[in-house]
Every structure is written in C-alpha cells, then in structure tokens.
Design a protein around this ligand. Structure first.
Ligand code: ADP
Ligand code: TRP
Length: 321
C-alpha cells in the first residue's frame, strides 16, 4: 500500500476549497492508502500571533478532518508540533537546499508581490518545513490543491539532492491534484482562500451559509434576461456538487430567462446545505467532546512520531551525525 500524507494549516476557518481541493481527495484514499493527515500548526506560526486563537483553530481543523469523514481507526491524525523531529529534518534539508530555489517559492513570492513589509525567515523557508513533513514519513502521494504543487515538487527535489549527496534514505513524493477541483473560486471570483476573506466556510449555521452564498459576485443582468451558465460563478460552484441532471436543469433555467441570480444562489444554497448537513451535525457533536478529539490527536502523534524518529536516525547516520 502506498502512503499518502497531507496537511491543513490552522490559519483560519476551513472552507469548501480546502475540502474539495485537499480534504475530500485525501479522505477518498483512506481505504487504498496508508493515510497520514495532520494539522500544520508550525506552518501557521508564520502568520499566527494570538496563542489562544491558534489553539482554537488547531482544534477546529482536527474537528473538520473528523467531521468530513476521517476514520481514526484507519488514518493517522496529529498536530505537526507533536512531532518536533520535523524541525530537525527541516534544518538538515535546508543545508542541501539552494537559496535560488527558495526565492521562487509561491508562499514567499506571494508575500513579496503583496508588498508585505515583514517577511519572516519562517515564511521564506516554509517549503523546507513542508518538505520535512512529507519526507519524514516516507510519503509517496501528497493530495493537495494546485497552489501547493510547487511545494511538493520542491520536496521531491530536496529528497533527490539529499539521496545524491549522502545515501538513498528519502522516498520521492508525488503531488496528487484533481483537475476538476484544482482551484475552487471564492465569492469574489478569486481563488478561495482564508487570506482573501472570500471563503464559504464548511460549518456555518444554515442562515449564515445562505447569507454567505448570497454574496457571490455575478454580473448585473436583470431578472428577465437569459443568462450564460458557463460564465457564472454561482453555476460553477453549483456544478461541483450537482449531478449531471441537476446541472442540465439549472443550465436550462439560466438560458430560459426570468430566472435571477438570486434564484440560482438559492439553488446552490439548498444543494450545499444538504451536502453539508451530516458533516455539520458531526462537527457540532465533536466540538462538545474536546477530550475525545484530543485523545485521537495524541494516539495519532505517537504513531506518527515513531516513524519520524526512525527516519531521523537514518538521516543523521547518512550525514555523519
Ligand atoms: P488557504 O489558502 O485557505 O489558507 P491552505 O493553504 O490552508 O488554504 O490550504 C489547505 C489545502 O487546501 C491545500 O492542499 C490547498 O491546496 C487546498 N486549497 C486551499 N484553497 C483551495 C482552493 N481554493 N481550491 C482548491 N484547493 C484549495
Ligand atoms: N503548506 C500547505 C498549505 O498551506 C500545508 C502543508 C504543510 C502541507 N505541510 C504539508 C500539505 C505537507 C501537504 C504536505 O496548504
């Protein structure tokens, strides 16, 4: 069985982009892969400055994984900081990584492009920590959204370089990206992201979910005018959850006229609300049982740590420490 691994940062409230791009594809692999999924708490420290909020968000991402269907009997779930070996591996990998490569990393380039004044060394070396996450567990497949593809490729480069310089210790990973959900767009039409304030969070109460869906950007065509489903963001999001018949039905309503964007949004709300009802109930139940969630994380961390410790022994020995 191949090993699959992915992480979600506790940097905000998980949204449907995280779900479709990373969580759902990862959970689909639970039966066919040895699955290792974690909460990327160290990565979140590149931006988090409120300790209480960080703790709450770590718990929230754990509940999200479980509510969306992670089975802790089959899949290892832990918080990144419970396995500090990844920090040691980060240092060792950083010594075989070139500055030129890190200059090209998305996380860093985005921050520069946005004109961020204070870019921490942590943000700059972010891909090395991510590579350590992947390589410490000998992960073969890494299910992620398209924005993370480059980081997984960098992890592969670092493993190759390490193996070439020392000995064949590290396993080469491959990203797994589903084209249909590679980049989910947010309510403003840009990539949905916690950092753009354009997300549809997974576990909003019904009323708030409806309100959020009503904010999706559309053009200004009047109610009676026929509309083009293929250029409409509401239709695009609807299509992610709909059957072929449901899509064809809605497309016909668009083209027929006398069907406003408000109506289309209501249909999207009904569909998404139905799809999220069960996970939302599970989530609401889990948040009432923090001790059970913590127990799952502790058990997961023990299993994960044992693997990372073994890898570090091999890595140390390969470099001569
Ligand atoms: P965010 O951009 O909201 O901060 P993260 O960086 O924590 O999200 O991403 C967690 C996972 O979810 C990654 O695998 C990422 O590729 C995926 N992901 C995030 N946003 C999207 C999106 N809009 N579409 C598809 N996948 C996404
Ligand atoms: N950087 C990823 C993101 O922002 C989260 C992450 C951290 C990750 N370590 C990872 C994803 C290892 C896959 C594998 O989405």
């Amino acid at each position: 069985m191949k090993r699959s691994l992915t992480g979600i940062q506790p940097s905000g409230v998980p949204h449907i982009g995280n779900w479709l791009g990373a969580i759902a594809p990862a959970l689909d692999m639970q039966e066919t892969h040895e699955s290792f999924y974690f909460i990327a708490s160290y990565h979140a420290l590149t931006t988090a400055r409120d300790p209480k909020l960080l703790q709450a968000r770590i718990f929230d991402v754990a509940c999200t994984w479980l509510a969306m269907g992670l089975n802790p009997e089959r899949t290892v779930l832990w918080s990144q900081h419970a396995v500090p070996e990844v920090c040691e591996l980060t240092w060792i990998l950083s010594c075989v990584s070139s500055k030129g490569m890190l200059d090209k990393a998305h996380a860093f380039k985005d921050a520069v492009a946005k004109g961020k004044k204070q870019i921490s060394a942590g943000l700059y070396t972010y891909p090395v920590l991510m590579a350590a996450d992947i390589l410490a567990f000998h992960s073969q497949v890494v299910p992620v959204g398209k924005d993370q593809k480059q980081h997984v490729e960098m992890a592969k480069d670092m493993a190759q370089r390490f193996n070439h310089l020392f000995s064949d210790v590290l396993t080469l990973p491959e990203p797994l990206i589903h084209d249909d959900v590679a980049t989910i767009r947010g309510t403003d039409g840009q990539k949905m992201s916690k950092s753009y304030d354009n997300t549809i969070p997974l576990f909003l109460p019904k009323k708030k979910l409806r309100k959020k869906i009503m904010t999706i950007k559309t053009d200004s065509k009047g109610l009676e005018e026929p509309k083009d489903p293929d250029t409409c963001l509401v239709f695009e999001l609807f299509s992610l959850f709909a059957t072929e018949d449901q899509k064809a039905e809605l497309a016909e309503k668009y083209r027929g006229g006398n069907f406003g964007y408000g109506h289309a949004k209501q249909e999207l709300f009904l569909l998404l609300d139905k799809r999220l009802e069960e996970p939302r109930d599970r989530y609401n139940d889990l948040v009432q049982r923090p001790d059970d969630v913590r127990d799952i994380l502790i058990t997961g961390a023990q299993k994960a740590r044992a693997i990372a410790q073994k890898t570090l022994l091999d890595v140390r020995s390969a470099v001569g420490l």
